[in-house]
Design a binder for this molecule. Structure first.
Ligand SMILES: NC(=O)c1ccc[n+]([C@@H]2O[C@H](COP(=O)([O-])OP(=O)(O)OC[C@H]3O[C@@H](n4cnc5c(N)ncnc54)[C@H](OP(=O)(O)O)[C@@H]3O)[C@@H](O)[C@H]2O)c1
Length: 354
């Protein structure tokens, strides 16, 4: 080992652009080799695999799928287990990261590798979001990191900027969020909903996992926040939107809120009110069609009531913020002295205004 090899597991909405970004920015990010594991040898996915291989990424298979890939004209270059063994960073982008940890990753936990899983994999490891709790990552101790979900990133950065929850609990009294989720990703042809579909409050303390995960994220900084979230699905494929109601323990006004939002690099603000227009900007100017901001706040929707209750709507750059945090953990582990320098190469995809 010893080399800065990165192995990505999964080639879906998160995995595909991540493999692409790692491959085309290999030099800037100081990576020696990028490999990826695709679970299913599917003919419709052949062009995707070829496109990733043409960018320099190596396809890894298991003994079970080797022949099926070969039959499709694809040549896996290494086995999935060798790829894990030879990597310094393994980024799991599947909905089964916790299972993979139990079945495979734990065997390779000798301290030289870091394993990263995504939003659905609660309990995989320390929850993390770039710009929120970078200070709690501990080299040598943290080998399993869970990059929180896209909406959790959004909630977290709203709390950081509007309520000043950061090194200390800031001025937050409590906050409520309604996450209005797109029914499916644009890469998916299933999960269509014919109309708005409201969700249950499965968690009696936090409502849905969005607030729960944000609470766990801020607990790594020593704060216990009063948060509650609700969720529903909309019949759109564009972007999630969030309505927020953040109550502060001191007075504020709309101008101050806007100033605080503009001061945070990972927040974008917009005069737009339509998700399609914000999404379209990302398609035109983002990396792999994604902006890497953690939220896009719609300025015309901001309101302050009774001088301390802040209301508004924002859009979630769904996979973009998870990609940024996944890349951040990879850079943290591989470049102990040049972490932020490496991340600077991605800054142009965080827009102050959309
Ligand atoms: N979509 C988003 O906007 C978004 C945003 C933030 C976080 N996330 C998180 O990212 C993770 C992945 O989501 P996604 O949207 O990228 O999913 P996705 O598009 O459905 O892709 C899932 C990938 O995982 C692989 N996979 C599925 N089941 C597997 C299994 N049993 N063993 C091995 N590989 C398996 C699939 O491989 P094959 O196709 O080869 O079968 C596929 O490449 C989830 O934790 C999700 O919560 C997603």
């Amino acid at each position: 080992m010893g080399q800065n090899n990165v192995h990505v597991v999964g080639t879906g909405t998160i995995g595909e652009p991540l493999i692409g970004i790692l491959s085309v920015m290999k030099q800037q990010l100081g990576i020696d080799r990028v490999s990826f594991h695709k679970a299913t040898a599917r003919l419709t996915d052949r062009p995707k695999v070829r496109a990733l291989v043409s960018k320099g990424a190596l396809l890894a298979s298991t003994p079970d799928t080797l022949d099926a890939f070969k039959k499709m004209g694809l040549e896996p270059q290494l086995t999935h287990t060798d790829a894990v063994a030879e990597a310094r960073v393994i980024i799991d982008c599947t909905p089964v990261g916790n299972d993979n940890k139990e079945q495979l990753y734990k065997q390779y936990d000798d301290g030289s590798r870091v394993f990263i899983a995504q939003g659905s994999e609660f309990g995989f490891g320390k929850p993390y979001a770039r710009g929120i709790n970078d200070s709690v990552l501990s080299r040598g101790d943290d080998r399993f990191i869970q990059v929180v979900s896209c909406n959790t990133h959004n909630i977290a950065v709203l709390l950081k900027t509007i309520a000043g929850v950061n090194g200390g609990p800031g001025m937050l009294d409590n906050a409520r969020f309604v996450c209005m989720r797109r029914a499916s990703d644009i890469s998916q042809s299933g999960s269509f909903v014919p109309g708005p579909e409201v969700g249950r409050h499965d968690d009696e303390t936090f409502g849905t996992h969005h607030a729960r995960d944000a609470v766990h994220l801020f607990r790594t900084l020593g704060h216990d926040l009063d948060l509650f979230s609700s969720a529903m699905k909309l019949n759109t494929q564009y972007m999630h939107a969030i309505h927020f109601a953040i109550k502060l323990n001191r007075p504020t006004n709309v101008e101050e809120v806007i100033r605080r939002l503009r001061d945070e690099r990972r927040v974008s603000v917009t005069e737009k009110k339509s998700a399609s227009q914000v999404f379209s900007f990302g398609r035109d100017h983002g990396i792999y069609g994604r902006i890497l901001n953690q939220t896009v706040v719609s300025l015309p929707t901001l309101a302050v009531r009774r001088s301390n209750e802040v209301f508004g709507f924002c859009f979630t750059p769904q996979d973009g913020n998870s990609l940024l945090s996944s890349l951040s953990v990879a850079m943290w582990h591989m470049h102990p002295t040049g972490w932020d320098d490496r991340m600077r190469h991605l800054r142009e995809y965080c827009f102050s205004e959309i």
